[in-house]
Design a protein around this ligand. Structure first.
Ligand code: ATP
Ligand code: DNN
Ligand code: MG
Length: 226
């Protein structure tokens, strides 16, 4: 009979991206499958989401739920969800809602206790505002998680990756790995761009997610941080 790992010591990572639309959700789903393929109960969390359909569903939240093998209440998986698919601090103000970090931290603590591993997807890029006084970086710091950086492989990604790395480590959080996500299958000289990122980013490359693969297939090709 193995002794269960206390929730506070179960693996959990914050998934940051070089921008909005670079594949944080796509890669988080792949990483969830990678965890599941190792026999773990894995759950994804989207603390703050913006953009819902007529049923009130958000595509990121739904995708993370589909890739998870842990049932958990939406309130824990997605504490804040705003209707307009715009910058979340603007969407929150439109709805008269103030994003409170303690509410997210509490939800994360309860969610973490339901799984062996938890992945928390940020919103947009690392410094996206969540209100007048808070941003996604402060959320990552409040959760105090190691960070996996998703680099959307398209022209301009080198600068965005290095800026994101500086922003993340500048808040005292480690970047424990990065994933190259082929959002632009036609990116010219992609191999040289990957080599440049591998040389300049002081973090291990966890893998390259090709364009159009399924999350399960992508997960099979990803390392997990040590
Ligand atoms: N490797 C890939 N192959 C094919 N499509 C991809 C890949 N990565 C991302 N996409 C698609 O690109 C779009 C943006 O990806 P995704 O939603 O994961 O980005 P994101 O960084 O999570 O965005 P947001 O900031 O809105 O959360 C989605 O339609 C997604 O399905
Ligand atoms: C709506 C979109 N899918 C994201 N969830 C929100 C992206 C916010 C980007 C804010 C900014 O950096 O300008
Ligand atoms: Mg997303």
């Amino acid at each position: 009979m193995t002794t269960p790992i206390p929730p506070a010591r179960r693996p959990a990572w914050f998934i940051a991206g070089t921008d909005t639309g670079v594949g944080k959700t796509f890669v988080t789903c792949a990483l969830l499958h990678a965890l599941r393929q190792r026999g773990l109960r894995a759950v994804g969390m989207k603390p703050v989401a913006s953009g819902t359909d007529v049923a009130g569903d958000n595509e990121d939240v739904s995708a993370l739920a589909d890739a998870s093998n842990v049932d958990a209440p939406r309130a824990l998986r997605n504490p804040y969800c705003f209707r307009a698919a715009i910058a979340p601090h603007i969407a929150a103000a439109d709805e008269g809602v103030s994003v409170e970090l303690p509410r997210i931290v509490d939800a994360f603590g309860e969610l973490r206790a339901l799984a062996d591993a938890t992945l928390v997807e940020g919103v947009g890029g690392f410094l996206v505002p969540l209100g007048d006084e808070i941003d996604a970086a402060q959320l990552a710091v409040a959760l105090d998680l190691p960070v996996i950086l998703v680099v959307g492989m398209r022209l301009g990604c080198i600068n965005h990756a290095l800026l994101s790395y500086e922003a993340i480590t500048g808040r005292g959080l480690p970047v424990v790995g990065w994933v190259a996500n082929r959002i632009d299958p036609d990116m010219p000289r992609v191999e040289e761009n990957l080599a440049t990122l591998a040389r300049l980013l002081p973090a291990p490359l966890l893998g390259v997610v090709e364009h159009g693969v399924t999350p399960a297939c992508a997960g099979a090709g990803l390392r997990l941080p040590d």
